[in-house]
Ligand binder design. Structure first.
Ligand code: ADP
Ligand code: MG
Length: 568
């Protein structure tokens, strides 16, 4: 008689569903689950906080289309992971969280770390359940993984009672469940596709917006064909960057505000009209703009703006329909229109302002100087993880992406602290690829602090992530070391220090060297370039560049200043 444990069933079921990575923190009762996962051929990455583990697992879901697993202990372990689940669910990224929980015969008795975990996860997921027996584990796992990737992708939770982990059952009594099929793909209604093409043809100022749904939906090849066949101009959302390369001649990122404001027809591909796109409403959009909405989630249609055409279906499939129709008609948007030349001029003017700010001779570096030099040195195919209010905003306009799913940031939920978890995941995935790419994590000093201890994870697994901390001594802005000392003389710092300030010139680089990675303290352009070159040539060790910039350095003047207050 061959017996199998609950832990083995969990691990083998995940592997059967092609879950290849697990991130987590072990403890009672899930240690055996992590061991069984490794035995089943799943890569296990032990992290330092469940939140970062869950961010990592969800990044694997976005990058590979298959959810990563996040393994946590009961009660507090699971609660720490909720931030990651919420972030994944808001981003429409698949992730599967596996939580150990109290033994069933102690439930409601005040067991160690007892918590209503299945109920708690409902708000943060599409599916939350506990298998009723060991025999039920394979089918619940299949359903969880399938739910995470079918329809609108999202987070799922499976609860494993502590006493089920080491309980045994005869293997022949467990019905195995094979891997779920890839998500079914649907085409848009033909009439809606015809309407969409008619709207685009009649437009004077058409604009294509490419969102992270297009990136997740692997629509890059057909989207490029669409852009080139139609001659339309496009604007990527923050994580839509790279689906069609940022340096493509039809990209109008550098004239974003103007493009949004004056477009008369917008083809919205896998992006929601939420705060990231200013709700599709004035003052950021033309009040009469006609929206052609492409999404696989029917409930998304009409949020904030009623679409002139609603194309319900998979982006890749729907864009193929659009390509087929415009090819049949032989239509192309002319490149000599007023719309084109106005946006070109605006883009050139904006680029000039950023460049002038970058090259301004000042005693201390500013955001623009730092990003200008980083952009010159980064390999064009690297994965850029980016977070922190100013760092992410400025970085978005100055660091280009040429490949899809190569930009990971604070996302729909505006979550700060995702960076290191994302970078760990990206580096683990890249290492298993034949031609692994560089992972560069560009963070504000505040953003770094949320999950800073994950540098130990990077050092432990030799993940050669390059972390660049753009350090302005605070959240949004900080004070210099001298001012800090003066303030301390005025009284208790908890009463006098600005709440946005962090320790001036904090040695984040030494956090990295403490664990054996490379650390650099950078004050000048020369130091920045040399440290970055050294870091990029090392494929064995992670590095951290602590780049001290002018603490009062700010973004350039914005046309819509209220935006700068957002935590974008
Ligand atoms: P962004 O942050 O780039 O604006 P959002 O996350 O707001 O993007 O929107 C992504 C949208 O893409 C979601 O509404 C989601 O339902 C949709 N989506 C995800 N995958 C696909 C797909 N394969 N086909 C069509 N729509 C998709
Ligand atoms: Mg800062």
């Amino acid at each position: 008689m061959v017996e199998v444990t609950g832990a083995q069933l969990v691990a083998e079921s995940l592997k059967a569903q092609k879950v290849e990575y697990m991130f987590g923190i072990v403890g009672v009762p899930v240690i055996e689950v992590a061991m069984a996962a490794q035995a089943a051929g799943i890569k296990y990455v032990g992290m330092r906080n469940e939140q970062a583990a869950c961010y990592a697992a969800s990044a694997v879901g976005y990058m590979t289309g298959r959810p990563g697993a996040c393994l946590v202990v009961s009660g507090p372990g699971l609660i720490h992971a909720l931030g990651g689940m919420a972030n994944a669910n808001m981003n429409c990224w698949p992730v599967i969280v596996i939580g150990g929980s109290s033994d069933r015969n102690q439930e409601t008795a005040g067991a160690f770390q007892e918590f209503p975990q299945v109920e708690a996860c409902r708000l943060y997921s599409k599916f939350s359940a506990r298998p009723s027996s060991l025999e039920a584990i394979p089918s619940v796992m299949e359903k969880a993984v399938r739910t995470s990737i079918y329809g609108r992708p999202g987070a799922v939770y499976v609860d494993i009672a502590g006493d089920m982990v080491n309980a045994k059952v005869e293997r022949t009594k467990v019905r195995g469940v094979s891997c779920c099929s890839p998500p079914p793909v649907s085409l848009a209604d033909h009439t809606a596709v015809t309407e969409a093409v008619a709207l685009l043809k009649a437009a004077k100022a058409p604009l294509v917006i490419i969102g992270k749904g297009a990136a997740y939906g692997r629509a890059e090849a057909v989207l490029r064909e669409f852009v080139e066949t139609s001659g339309l101009l496009f604007l990527p959302t923050p994580m839509g960057k790279g689906v069609v390369p940022d340096d493509h001649p039809n990209c109008v990122s550098a004239a974003r505000s103007r493009a949004l404001l004056q477009a008369d027809v917008v083809l919205l591909l896998g992006a929601r009209l939420n705060w990231i796109l200013h709700f599709g409403l004035p003052p950021r959009f033309n009040p009469n703009v006609k929206i052609i909405q492409v999404d696989l989630c029917a409930e998304e249609m009409g949020n904030n703006v009623r679409p002139a055409a609603a194309l319900l279906g998979d982006i890749k499939a729907v864009v193929s329909q659009l390509v087929a129709l415009i090819k049949k008609d032989g239509w192309k948007y002319p490149s000599n229109t007023e719309w084109w030349s106005m946006l070109r001029e605006k883009a050139a003017a904006n680029t000039k302002i950023s460049k002038a700010l970058a090259l301004r001779a000042t005693p201390q570096m500013n955001y623009y100087t730092v990003f200008h030099h980083i952009s010159e040195l980064l390999p064009h195919d690297c994965i850029i993880v980016s977070e922190g209010a100013n760092t992410m905003d400025v970085g978005r306009t100055m660091l280009n992406n040429s490949l899809p799913r190569h930009r990971l940031d604070a996302g729909t939920f505006g979550t700060m602290g995702v960076g290191l978890g994302f970078a760990v995941a990206a580096a683990a995935v890249e290492r298993s690829r034949e031609k692994g790419r560089r992972v560069v994590c560009v963070e504000g000093d505040s953003a770094f602090g949320f999950s800073g201890m994950e540098v130990e994870t990077m050092c432990r697994y030799n993940l050669p992530v390059v972390i660049i901390v753009v350090n302005n001594n605070g959240i949004y802005s900080g004070v210099d070391a001298e001012t800090w000392k003066e303030m301390a003389k005025l009284g208790d710092l908890t009463s006098v220090a600005p709440p946005v300030s962090l320790l001036p010139e904090a040695r984040y680089d030494e956090v990295m060297t403490a664990f054996g990675g490379r650390g650099f303290l950078v004050r000048t352009v020369e130091e920045l370039r040399s440290a970055l070159q050294t870091s990029l040539s090392d494929w064995e060790n992670p590095s951290l560049l602590n780049v001290l910039i002018d603490p009062s350095s700010d973004r350039k003047q914005q046309e819509f200043p209220w935006l700068t207050r957002s935590n974008l």
